[in-house]
Design a protein around this ligand. Structure first.
Ligand SMILES: NC(=O)c1ccc[n+]([C@@H]2O[C@H](COP(=O)([O-])OP(=O)(O)OC[C@H]3O[C@@H](n4cnc5c(N)ncnc54)[C@H](O)[C@@H]3O)[C@@H](O)[C@H]2O)c1
Length: 325
């Protein structure tokens, strides 16, 4: 793997553009392929430039947007991916569209080029079977915005060599991430799996009438602050694991184990509600309110990134023992 070379991104929507910004900020060269040509003339270059302007203003880089934009090439021709050592797919979450895009990528790059998907939920082992060389394929799952979050999951499919996953895991640290290697292709990977367990319990409490939507939101926001500092196991250590041990026995049988989609979200989704994107979600939003929420969330992400980098540096100074594999 020559990780000093260029990285390709295919799909220039919300995530593809965000990933491009993260890579540019960390000194990578990017070939950005727009499978939908209209992404090229309107949104994608503009969105990337705007994000770089914000990152520069927030002090995340000393390089100006103009200097960083020199390192990205926009194209709709897959043949331009030829110099890449790694190509990341980030197109619409649809099996058929992804399959079509994978074929085009694989037809234009050498057999030793690593290809990854940013899929949120499609198992990597299913996507892997679309390839002539399935061993070259991994999941690389980013959070949005990719440039302010230290999150990155690298997922091995059934046919992905774990040693290559380990190398990707090392390389991703150079992109300013604190990556996780998911050695087995499990549904939802790690974060989504844990988060969905929480979402299910949140619906359960509201549907049972034990708490309102706003109360659940407030409780999680304030009670879950520690999650930006450490994970659940470190948190139990920090706060005394005996208490957790005692509570689990009585509480676990009370938690929801529902397997169907909760009615609360089903009703809104069936009526085309899409949260701040169209003003109809668990809360209602005027266009002004939706804009304010999105902007405030954006500023919060920059502040959290600063805080999280500060504490990651402090934590790195604490001698600690990793649990043996
Ligand atoms: N949005 C998130 O928070 C998030 C987080 C992590 C992962 N993801 C995953 O990232 C991927 C991209 O999501 P997004 O939020 O950027 O979506 P998006 O709708 O913003 O962008 C999708 C992009 O897919 C491409 N595309 C659309 N239709 C196509 C077609 N017919 N043929 C080829 N390309 C086509 C276009 O480049 C388009 O811009 C998805 O797999 C999604 O599940 C999203």
């Amino acid at each position: 793997m020559n990780n000093n070379a260029t990285i390709g991104i295919v799909g220039l929507g919300l995530m593809g553009t965000s990933i491009a910004v993260a890579l540019l900020l960390n000194g990578q060269k990017v070939i950005a392929v727009a499978p939908i040509v209209s992404d090229l003339d309107k949104s994608a270059p503009h969105r990337i430039r705007q994000a770089l302007v914000e990152c520069f203003r927030e002090g995340m880089t000393l390089e100006t947007p103009e200097e960083l934009m020199v390192n990205i090439t926009f194209t709709s021709d897959y043949a331009n991916l030829q110099p890449c050592w790694l190509v990341m797919e980030s197109v619409f979450e649809d099996l058929n569209i992804k399959q079509e895009v994978f074929k085009k990528i694989e037809d234009h790059v050498a057999d030793d080029v690593i290809i990854t998907s940013n899929t949120s939920a499609i198992p990597i082992s299913i996507l892997q079977n679309f390839f002539k060389v399935p061993e070259r394929f991994f999941g690389i799952h980013w959070a949005v915005p990719a440039y302010t979050s230290r999150f990155l999951e690298i997922i091995c499919g059934d046919k992905s060599p774990v040693e290559i996953g380990e190398q990707l895991h090392e390389i991703a640290k150079q992109w300013g991430k604190e990556p996780t290697l998911v050695r087995k292709d499990i549904r939802g990977f790690i974060t989504n799996r844990i988060m969905y367990a929480m979402y299910r319990e949140a619906f359960h409490l509201v549907e049972k009438g034990h708490a309102t939507i706003a109360d659940v939101d407030r409780a999680c926001k304030n009670g879950g602050q520690w999650m930006a500092f450490c994970g659940p196991f470190r948190y139990m250590d920090l706060t005394g694991l005996q208490a957790y041990h005692a509570v689990m026995k009585d509480l676990f049988p009370e938690l929801s184990s529902q397997t169907s989609v909760p009615k609360l979200i089903d009703d809104i989704a069936q009526a085309d509600g899409n949260g701040v994107f169209n003003g109809k979600g668990f809360y209602e939003y005027t266009p002004e309110e939706a804009k304010k929420w999105a902007e405030t969330f954006d500023r919060f992400a920059f502040d959290m990134n600063r805080l999280s980098a500060k504490y990651a540096a402090e934590i790195a100074k604490i001698p600690s023992q990793e649990i043996p594999e």
